[in-house]
Structures are given as C-alpha cells and as structure tokens.
Design a protein around this ligand. Structure first.
Ligand SMILES: C[S@@+](CC[C@H](N)C(=O)[O-])C[C@H]1O[C@@H](n2cnc3c(N)ncnc32)[C@H](O)[C@@H]1O
Length: 223
C-alpha cells in the first residue's frame, strides 16, 4: 500500500468505508463528502487513485485534439475537479461540473476550469436546468458506488448526451458486484445496447485503479 502525505492509510480506508457503507441515504453520502472536501485531494492523490487520469484518456480517445476546445463535457460527480483538471491539460475548454456536495464543488471552483457548475445529484430524475441532447461527453470518474449514482441514472445521462455523443464511466470493478449494481447496472447497459439506445465502444478492466484494486471502464456512443 502506498503512503501519502498524511502517512495515514488507515484513515483514508476508513473514510472510503464510511462513505460507501450500506443503507446510507444520498443526503448522508453528500454530507460525508462535504466533511471530506478539505483532505480529499491528499487522500485520493494520483499515486493511489487513477480514476480521473483513466477517464481523461477515454475522453481524449473519442474527441480528436482539434475538436477539444469546442466539445462540451459534463463531469458527473466532479468532486474537487480532478477529472476537469486532466481534461483541461488535454485541451478541453468547455467543461461543466455536477456534484451534490457544495464543499467539493467549492474546491473545484478554485481551479477555474468549469464554465458551469450544477449542484445536484445525478439520478433518474431529469435535471431541470439541462436540456436533452446537450453534451458531447457525459463522463464520470469515481461517481459510481453504493449510495452514489444509481444505475437508473444511466437514463438521464443518455437523455442529456447529444446523438453521437459519448457516456464514459470509470469505476472500481468490484463495485459492479455490490447489491446496488449487481445484476442491474450491466444488465441495463446491455439492454440499452439491444434496444438501440447506444453502442458499446469499449469495456475494459484496468489494473491498479485504486491501489491494487482493478477498475472498470465503459464507453458508450448514443445512437
Ligand atoms: C469518489 S468522489 C469522485 C470525485 C471525482 N470525480 C474524482 O474522481 O476525484 C465521488 C463524488 O460523487 C459525488 N456523488 C455522490 N452521489 C452522487 C450522485 N448521486 N450524483 C452525482 N454525484 C454524486 C460525491 O459528492 C463525490 O464528490
């Protein structure tokens, strides 16, 4: 296990366990992130957590460099803006962030990379301020997990993505087997493929996504 600046791995693991513990309401999850915001970036530094870097790689794969300045991207569960920072480094300039935690978003705002910030949950409920077919990419790094983005939110991600646009999800692989997603998330993904809502561009497993844990990467193109 790596040791970070705090030198305290157990504390980080306890925080992750806490935020993912079963039976919490989405408001409770939000409150935990509000109180984690000050140390989140030290705790989940790139030496330990590869989500934002991997999600940015996928965004670059689907949008050629010449189009990155204009491509409109929604960073879902943006947190403190790790993914936005990576995307900006790769030439993306049209970035929006969505996250229910105001404290995480306050940190993200200090980066001056998001043109718009939406303080809300991603769920099956339509986001009133976002019209259908808006985004070239709807991407999430680390937003999927128990008590976090529900599987049913794929419908809303699909709605707000433009036709021919992309939905990119990067998450811890083992979460696919958590009760909230097991037999639900991947089944819905396949159902969307079979019913012509989207085309699966990529599904891959990556090593060392979080410490020694594997990650799962999904890329879909809206039909
Ligand atoms: C592990 S952090 C990931 C943050 C950032 N994307 C990253 O990779 O560093 C998870 C984030 O998901 C947010 N979140 C939790 N439930 C959510 C939901 N239903 N919709 C959108 N974001 C949610 C939390 O507030 C938190 O900022």
């Amino acid at each position: 296990m790596n040791t970070d600046d705090t030198g305290n791995d157990k504390m980080v693991y306890d925080k992750i366990k806490n935020v993912l513990s079963p039976g919490q309401t989405k408001e409770e999850v939000k409150d935990i992130y509000n109180s984690w915001a000050d140390t989140y970036e030290i705790d989940l530094n790139p030496g330990r957590y590869q989500g934002p870097i991997q999600a940015a790689i996928e965004c670059c794969d689907v949008i050629p460099e010449a189009n990155r300045e204009v491509a409109l991207v929604l960073d879902v569960a943006a947190g403190t803006g790790f993914l936005g920072k990576e995307l900006q480094l790769k030439g993306f300039r049209n970035l929006h962030a969505l996250d229910p935690s105001t404290k995480m978003l306050e940190k993200a705002n200090t980066r001056n990379i998001y043109q718009k910030v939406i303080n809300d949950f991603m769920s099956e409920e339509p986001l009133i301020q976002v019209e259908a077919d808006t985004y070239d990419i709807v991407a999430s790094s680390g937003g999927m997990g128990q008590g976090h983005i529900p599987a049913s939110a794929l419908w809303e991600m699909l709605r707000i993505t433009r036709k021919g646009g992309f939905i990119i999800l990067v998450m811890r692989e083992e979460y696919l087997r958590h009760p909230e997603y097991d037999g639900i998330l991947e089944v819905l993904m396949e159902n969307m493929e079979e019913t012509g809502k989207w085309k699966t561009i990529k599904k891959r497993i990556i090593p060392k996504y979080f410490e020694e844990k594997e990650g799962a990467v999904f890329v879909f193109e809206k039909a």
